[in-house]
Design a binder for this molecule. Structure first.
Ligand SMILES: Cc1cc2nc3c(=O)[nH]c(=O)nc-3n(C[C@H](O)[C@H](O)[C@H](O)COP(=O)(O)OP(=O)(O)OC[C@H]3O[C@@H](n4cnc5c(N)ncnc54)[C@H](O)[C@@H]3O)c2cc1C
Length: 274
């Protein structure tokens, strides 16, 4: 199928993009890497009347470490972050998660912020952002606001972003000394969206586990350190998520992966504490 007709604006400045979003409201869509939006247009799952291409806006092309976090602008492609030589050191969880996002070809085009905006419940970058306690910086013609990742995702492909807002950048907290990080997922084939994905952070006193692919959004919870109480806590976490059956896996299999993969990533993160 082909998409319904739409206007196309290649914005050169942030103001130009924000003006277009303010004028068109729900009829506009930001176009970033196009890796999710173009298939949705072709399948006529969305019918915007105007696409606002933000990839030529220089101010959105920056990656900066400041205030203990890595701030990634809206026009930064996934491959640009993946190729940062220091990412394994500065944020190992993000580095590990990026390798699971689609294929080299999709990472060459897709942006980090586009994946966050798209909010697929099985996507790796929203999960990493929630696990790390990151933030989303939203901007409209009228104002700027910052939303915590844990409250930004509102359901499957639904977020707290308003129609006239775009994501200007997202911030991933940097590695903390004494904390270990790990990321794993199970999918049918390499490059597929996860059936279940797990991200863990472990320090001297506590563990935090975030799960993607089970509920309608990524969910994080504080859990005990590896030891006798962990299995029961993981079981409680697995049952608290509204798992569903679909063509890829049953809800029961997903809950089982939360227990098993969850324990593995927590143990791995505990071993990686530097
Ligand atoms: C074959 C294939 C396999 C894939 N596998 C995976 C996978 O395993 N894991 C995974 O996570 N993803 C996967 N993807 C999706 C890929 O990661 C996309 O790159 C990503 O979801 C969207 O990023 P994008 O920059 O391409 O956004 P686009 O497709 O341009 O936009 C996606 C949505 O986000 C909105 N948007 C984009 N940027 C902004 C912004 N700055 N502000 C507000 N709204 C914005 C758009 O309006 C649109 O609604 C796959 C894609 C393909 C084609």
């Amino acid at each position: 199928m082909k998409p319904p007709p739409f206007d196309y604006l290649r914005a050169d400045t942030l103001d130009e993009a924000l003006d277009a979003l303010a004028a068109a409201g729900p009829d506009a869509r930001v176009l970033a890497g196009g890796q999710s939006l173009l298939p949705m247009l072709n399948m006529r799952l969305v019918r915007p009347t105007i696409l606002v291409d933000v990839m030529r806006i220089g101010a959105l092309r920056t990656v900066e470490a400041r205030g203990g976090a890595l701030e990634v602008g809206a026009a930064v492609r996934q491959v640009e972050l993946e190729r940062r030589a220091d990412l394994d050191q500065t944020q190992p969880l993000l580095a590990a998660a990026l390798r699971w996002v689609g294929h080299a070809q999709t990472r060459n085009r897709g942006t980090v912020c586009g994946s966050i905006a798209h909010a697929d419940p099985s996507a790796e970058l929203p999960l990493a952002l929630v696990a790390l306690g990151g933030e989303i910086r939203l901007r409209s013609r009228r104002k700027r606001r910052v939303v915590a990742a844990e409250t930004f995702f509102a359901g499957s492909m639904a977020t707290e972003r308003r129609d006239d807002e775009m994501i200007e950048s997202v911030t991933f907290p940097l590695r903390k000394p004494g904390t270990g990080y790990a990321f794993r997922e199970i999918g049918r084939r390499h490059g597929d969206f996860a059936i279940v994905a797990c991200a863990a952070l472990v320090d001297a006193t506590s563990a935090r586990l975030a799960i993607g692919g089970v509920a309608d959004r990524p969910v994080a919870r504080a859990l005990p350190l590896p030891g006798p109480d962990l299995d029961e806590a993981l079981d409680g976490f697995a049952w608290s998520l509204e798992a569903r059956d679909d063509i890829h896996a049953t809800a029961r299999y997903r809950r089982d992966l939360v227990r098993r993969l969850g324990r593995q990533v927590i143990e791995e993160a505990a071993r990686c504490r530097g």
